[in-house]
Design a protein around this ligand. Structure first.
Ligand code: ADP
Ligand code: ZN
Length: 648
């Protein structure tokens, strides 16, 4: 490694390795596969470029974009490194020159597009060469779970089979826990060293606030810093226009930006933003790619982003200059309903399933009650500091309670059901449900069965979520969000540790007149066990993440039934009834009849199949669902719940 440091200084002109670079390089030099997850700009390329110089033979880099290859090769040539790109941009003569240098063993690095790399012709060339390593850039493209799936990446597994002794490094800036595993599996990496880091952006203050009057909330944020630049992200084009207009009316220089504008209009907004002429851009996700404005002081999410990756990437545009910046998420659970509806419009069912999972992870983040930075860093697989001191939860800590005993119950229950079930099922066992499925599995005989019946279900669902955020449990998103213990769970289970957890804030507080409630203050806290206002919440309370999930399943079932019978969906049950079903989870025909919208005729016709679905719901979303796409019923700007007439 001393030669590595030497090369770093002499060739690359950097004084020290950044975190993880040394580990990655050391592993490759020792012949081990590596999976490296670091944000853009973190310094990933050095991790294969430097070993390429130290190892015998040529390093082959799979890179999807011709333009990126060129940048890298230019930079390397500037450092006096023998590197070349072999791609479609070369004319015949230039391509022949690259191949000649490759075969002469003159190149330390060669960049190729993945489809070219796996072609029979190119592999035949590699067979005769000495190879240092393979680097697979933008490795998330190999997984359907990544946001940028490219089928040609799938064939890269041939590298491991054909050149088993050549170490490989997969590099990416975004991958949720499941995508990571999938990428490693698809590429056939051999017990890779997994490295993730550099995701912490300590100068960004993350805040999640219940969305009440969003424009007022935005103005409040900007009031103290009228000169500051910021980006406000909205889910739809129409919303960007509306919000921009409202801000402009309030005297803020704001402009909308979305894919519906002409290229000229978009460029104009972009330029005005970059020069500081336009303070605030209200945009859809289309805005931000390639915008490198260092002094963005705030990024606001007016609507719930569709995934934690998207959220992280968008908030990451704040404070690139390292000065204090703010990332504010305005959260209304109803937005999640709209986002689910948006996903429903997609055509590819597998894709929809993945997107729903990602959205749920985002909801869990928004509804979480532990340090935001910790939750984010855990999501990206990075070790997190104890608590960051610079997020809404750390700054205005919710009350905490000693949760050691309950956490032990929950963790041991996860363990006893074989780490093979999702949260709803685990909660069923904890509260002592007598559902058929649970009995069939013999789980009503477990010592943990019913130990938690003194708390309401929501309490346990919230606790499980907190245990995920705090790193005691992980959720396998590929397999119906099955819960598993992590290494951290051991000491707690063995009684070597205690745990205090926050009482969740009640983010989804129903709107009440005369209270603007713009900050997550004590007013929104609610006791879990005591549960004040439970009776009135029955109809008003928006769905929790778990309930929203169940609601989605029920909608799928309804769609299927409606399609089978050739009737409109609402003839089966309306949304309000489905919501109540998701909330109450009736377990018997009698309980079902109690739900508004369920009469004897409907009970007769649909009762059995819905009860079955409700008792099965911990399995995850029904597969093979969705025949006719349903017109999303969540329209307009009102919250979802406002469509439900209040019960008299
Ligand atoms: P990534 O591929 O992760 O997006 P790059 O490899 O392009 O990031 O690196 C981003 C920047 O960081 C480059 O300008 C690079 O020169 C610089 N860099 C990389 N490693 C170091 C280091 N150890 N010390 C200082 N700068 C570094
Ligand atoms: Zn924090």
């Amino acid at each position: 490694m001393s030669s590595a440091l030497d090369t770093l200084r002499k060739r690359f002109g950097h004084r020290e390795f950044r975190p993880l670079q040394g580990e990655a390089i050391e592993a490759l030099l020792a012949g081990r596969d590596v999976f490296l997850l670091m944000p853009t700009g973190g310094g990933k390329s050095l991790c294969y470029q430097l070993p390429a110089l130290l190892m015998r033979g040529t390093a082959v880099v799979a890179s999807p974009l011709v333009a990126l290859m060129k940048d890298q090769v230019d930079a390397l040539e500037g450092l006096g490194v023998a590197a070349a790109a072999y791609n479609s941009s070369l004319d015949g003569a230039a391509a022949r020159r690259v191949l000649a240098r490759l075969h002469a063993g003159e190149l330390d690095l060669v960049y190729v597009a993945p489809e070219r790399l796996v072609s029979a012709e190119f592999l035949a060339r590699l067979d005769g060469l000495e190879l240092a390593l393979f680097a697979i850039d933008e490795a998330h493209c190999v997984s359907q779970w990544g946001h940028d799936f490219r089928p040609e990446y799938r064939q890269l597994d041939v590298l491991g089979q054909r050149y088993p002794g050549v170490p490989r490094i997969a590099l990416t800036a975004t991958a949720d826990p499941h995508t990571r595993e999938d990428v490693a599996a698809q590429l056939g990496l051999a017990e890779p060293l997994f490295l993730a880091g550099g995701f912490d952006r300590p100068n960004i203050r993350y805040r999640v606030v219940p969305k009440s009057r969003p424009v007022d909330q935005l103005l409040e944020l900007t009031a103290g810093q009228p000169e500051a630049s910021g980006i406000v992200y909205c889910l739809t084009r129409r919303r960007t226009e509306e919000v921009a207009a409202a801000l402009a009316e309030a005297g803020l220089q704001a402009g909308a930006y979305h894919a519906g504008l002409t290229a000229v209009e978009r460029r104009r907004v972009q330029e005005r933003f970059l020069t500081g002429d336009l303070r605030t851009v209200v945009a859809t996700v289309a805005f931000g790619m390639g915008i490198d404005k260092p002094d963005v002081r705030y990024v606001v999410h007016h609507d719930l982003p569709l995934s934690v990756e998207a959220y992280y990437q968008e908030t990451g545009r704040a404070g690139r200059d390292g000065l204090p910046a703010e990332a504010l998420l305005l959260y209304a659970p109803g937005d999640a309903g709209r986002a689910f509806a948006l996903i429903e419009r997609g055509r590819n069912h597998e894709q929809q399933r993945i997107e729903r999972f990602k959205l749920r992870a985002m909801m869990a983040y928004a509804e979480g009650a532990s340090c935001r930075r910790q939750a984010l860093l855990h999501y990206f697989g990075e070790e997190a500091p104890a608590a960051c001191g610079n997020c809404d939860v750390c700054l205005d800590p919710p009350e905490t309670v000693d949760a050691t005993e309950e956490a032990r119950m929950a963790l041991s229950c996860v363990f006893r059901v074989g780490q093979r079930f999702g949260a709803q099922y685990v909660v069923d066992v904890l509260v002592g449900s007598t559902k058929e499925r649970l009995q069939a599995n013999g789980h009503d005989k477990l010592p943990t069965w019913g130990v938690g019946r003194h708390h309401p279900r929501e309490r346990w669902v919230a606790l499980l979520r907190q245990l995920v955020h705090a790193g005691y449990l992980e959720q396998d998103l590929s397999r119906y969000a099955v819960l598993k213990l992590t290494d951290r769970a051991g000491p707690l289970l063995r009684g070597e540790e205690t745990l205090r957890l926050a009482l969740p804030r009640h983010v989804g507080r129903p709107r009440t007149a005369g209270r603007s409630g713009t900050s997550g203050s004590a007013g929104q806290r609610r006791s879990l066990a005591g549960d004040p206002g439970r009776a009135s919440r029955r109809e008003e309370r928006p769905l929790s993440a778990a309930e929203e999930e169940l609601f989605e399943e029920l909608r799928s079932l309804r769609r299927r039934l409606a399609a089978e019978q050739g009737v409109p969906a609402y003839v089966v049950f309306n949304d309000r009834t489905l919501r109540e079903l998701a909330r109450r989870r009736p377990g018997s025909p009698g309980e079902l009849l109690d739900v508004p919208g369920v009469g004897p005729a409907k009970l007769d016709r649909y009762g059995a199949v819905f009860l079955e679905a409700l008792s099965d719901s911990s399995k995850g979303p029904a597969s093979g669902q969705a025949l006719a796409p349903e017109q999303p019923s969540l329209i307009g700007d009102a919250d979802v719940r406002s469509q439900q007439p209040p019960r008299q």
